[in-house]
Design a protein around this ligand. Sequence first.
Ligand code: ATP
Length: 322
Amino acid sequence: MRKKAVIGSNLSLGYQRGELRKEILKGLNFELYSGQLTCLLGPNGVGKSTLVKAILGEILPWKGSIQLFGENVQEYSSTNLARTLSVVLTEPVSPGNMTVGQLVALGRIPHTGWTGKLSKQDQEAVKKALADTKISYLEQERLSEISDGQRQKAMIARALAQNGQIMILDEPTAHLDLINRYEIMHLLREICQKQEKAILVVTHDLEIAMETADQFWLLTCGLPLISGIPEELVLSGEINQLLPGDKFHFDPEKGRIEKKIGSRKWKIVGDPISSFWVEKALDKSGILPVSEPIYVEKFPFSIQYKGILYSSLSDFLSFLLA
Ligand SMILES: Nc1ncnc2c1ncn2[C@@H]1O[C@H](COP(=O)(O)OP(=O)(O)OP(=O)(O)O)[C@@H](O)[C@H]1O
């Protein structure tokens, strides 16, 4: 049985300025499990960061409660909270002259106190965090002289050195390129599996999350939080709660977000993969339906339409758009 690291019960959250009360989230119930990577997804402004702040004990629930390992988050002393829960936020660090090793060592503060004197055990924890995030080679490098992806790994290493059983990351892959986004999410998956940590990642990367997360929490305006195994949310269609409106949907066959192409507009005959990409290009170019069939060959690639052979998709599009 997996351990419940965080339990949210009937949670309502909001902000108040003077008499003005703004309720953001209402009636939320959720469980975050040890050894699982959970991704929190939802549109801008729905309240993901607000929920993270509440789990961190930074804002008080208006209703309901949040428990970490069975104890109300508000009951934790700040030292105990820092030993239980580590956080990686989106804000870029202003690194100054600090080295990667020094940043990661900061993660040991809840264990060393503010004197910052590292015991042998602390030094080992720093080395291990650097090794787990595969950045030992960067230990002596200055934060100002490494790439954004490397710096993000250093932030994760700092959180790991802190050694809480819960890790919360708010958009850890924002501003990174595709490869780095994949790499960081796979790294987090590896960490939570090997170290039995409960990891919650706020992300907008649905497709990468789909590949890496054990659980999804979906937050959408005015609806209760939906949680479940990503694949199950695809099968039930609930994943489409993230894509309101009728323009886009999560295509269960292709495993990614697709523009809805209502009924098939073109009769495309031939290799299915080539046909799929030809159809996508036609749709994207706003080409009106044509009545004659379009024949597609894969090797060598060619398109035949009304008896004329086109050796590239761009030639065919140019003809139709002319
Ligand atoms: N300190 C605050 N005071 C008042 N309202 C706030 C405060 N912080 C956030 N809000 C409001 O709460 C709502 C949710 O904001 P939040 O930052 O939690 O959304 P989010 O889902 O994390 O968005 P994004 O995906 O854009 O980061 C927004 O309407 C925002 O304006």
